[in-house]
Write a protein that binds this ligand. Structure first.
Ligand SMILES: [Zn+2]
Ligand SMILES: [Zn+2]
Length: 138
């Protein structure tokens, strides 16, 4: 019985994150959303599942620059999120997967010029996406 219960929490987390692909969701928000479906899930189970899903690469975790909070996002099409850098729109929270070759060139140049080895899974470049820039101009 125990394993079905665990699987369920995992599935609910994934389902919820799939429904909100471009939202910044904290562990607490995910926990509250999962619980609102009248299911009894304890907080530790949800948090443990989030950790595990991040380790397996199904979820991505981002740290908000000015706040001490992690944000989670589903990343099915991006199986190697631990291997590339990401960029994030600081206004709407949209995530960009920087899996293009020029990013590797950038990382190699960083190492050469500054002796800094970039840790891809920890690196997020912040900016404003085209959509948010358009809204601002109006
Ligand atoms: Zn990615
Ligand atoms: Zn944006």
């Amino acid at each position: 019985m125990k394993s079905t219960y665990k699987t369920k929490a995992r599935e609910m987390i994934i389902a919820y994150l799939k429904e909100h692909p471009e939202q910044r969701l904290t562990a607490r928000e995910i926990y509250e959303a999962v619980c609102s479906g009248n299911v009894e899930v304890d907080r530790t189970t949800v948090y443990r599942n989030l950790d595990r899903l991040c380790e397996s690469g199904e979820l991505m975790r981002f740290k908000e620059p000015n706040r001490d909070a992690w944000y989670y996002q589903y990343s099915a099409e991006h199986e190697h999120c631990d291997r590339h850098m990401h960029a994030q729109c600081s206004l709407c929270g949209k995530i960009f997967h920087l899996d293009k070759p020029f990013v590797d060139v950038f990382a190699a140049e960083m190492l050469k010029e500054y002796g800094l080895e970039i840790d891809p899974s920890e690196t997020i470049i912040l900016g404003k996406c085209s959509k948010c820039r358009r809204i601002k101009k109006r």
